[in-house]
Design a binder for this molecule. Structure first.
Ligand SMILES: C[S@@+](CC[C@H](N)C(=O)[O-])C[C@H]1O[C@@H](n2cnc3c(N)ncnc32)[C@H](O)[C@@H]1O
Length: 273
């Protein structure tokens, strides 16, 4: 059955979700939400948004699945070659000078980006002095990230990406072991270094200060008003001289905190406080 939900129908749904579950989707871009809500409605064999509200009203246990289904979790290891080359050549040497390094991956999804950076830190022998936090609202994605286990056919692609920025004989297969069902798991040395946990950018607030924040392809799903709010929180969490990176296609130069950031490598959306 083809389900076509009108964007205006989303408003009562998002308001209901906020009132009952205090999760605030109201500042997400309606275009993306519309497609994800349609998918959820179809998945649960519902006919319209009213049946969806009924389902969420009567089955609080389903809300976690609903929230997970509404997020876009596309990610990859070493996605965007020029970005990772910049991290390797320009950021890592700066971080290496520090006594301790504090890193936050905001919107880490299933963790691929987090393991990418951990490997770069390990390659230059500075993983031990790093403390790595990685957060998301998608609880299923966080489970995958914590396990650090991925299908080999994806790891093959990630390894190709890695080789584009590391023209050495090393491979990402050096950092883990094959597991059942044609999978590969990163070793406990990497996994134990990373603290994956739930954190909502909209309602969450943190006093932690980081030397590097990766917030790539997260704010892109928010309306400009919400982007502006979240940007000021991220700015607050950034150390003096700390680095912050956004997705290659994200443009946040208009936001109010942006004027306090310096260009570092703007082509790759890396800025410095
Ligand atoms: C497209 S993924 C980006 C993954 C990774 N940063 C990358 O660029 O490869 C976007 C992630 O943002 C997360 N997200 C969406 N809304 C969020 C919120 N309010 N707080 C924290 N994370 C959120 C989603 O669950 C999803 O995993």
């Amino acid at each position: 059955m083809f389900i076509d939900i009108n964007q205006t129908d989303l408003h009562p749904l998002l308001e209901f979700v906020f009132q009952k579950y205090t999760f605030d989707f109201r500042g997400y871009s309606l275009n993306t939400l519309k497609r994800r809500v349609e998918r959820f409605v179809k998945l649960f064999g519902l006919r319209n948004i009213h049946e969806l509200i009924q389902l969420l009203e009567n089955n609080p246990a389903i809300f976690d699945t609903f929230r997970n289904e509404l997020t876009v979790n596309t990610t990859e290891m070493f996605r965007d070659e020029t970005f990772w080359r910049a991290i390797k050549q320009e950021i890592i040497p700066q971080l290496a000078l520090k006594k301790e390094i504090r890193i936050w991956h905001n919107g880490c999804s299933t963790g691929e980006e987090v393991y990418s950076l951990a490997i770069l830190l390990e390659n230059v022998g500075i993983l031990d002095k790093a403390s790595i936090t990685a957060t998301d609202i998608n609880t299923e994605a966080l489970k995958t990230a914590t396990k650090g286990e991925y299908k080999k056919r994806y790891v093959d692609i990630y390894n190709e990406n890695y080789k584009k920025i590391y023209s050495t004989t090393s491979s990402i297969y050096d950092y883990g072991t094959p597991t059942d069902g044609d999978k590969f798991q990163f070793n406990s040395r990497l996994r134990n270094k990373i603290n994956f946990h739930y954190f909502d950018d909209i309602q969450g607030y943190s006093e932690e200060i980081y030397d590097l924040i990766l917030s790539r392809n997260v704010l892109i799903y928010f309306t400009m008003g919400l982007q502006n709010q979240v940007m000021s929180k991220l700015f607050h969490n950034l150390n003096h001289n700390g680095y912050i990176a956004f997705g290659i296609k994200e443009n946040l130069t208009w936001s109010s905190s942006f004027k306090y950031l310096k260009e570092f490598n703007s082509e790759n959306k890396i800025y410095q406080k």
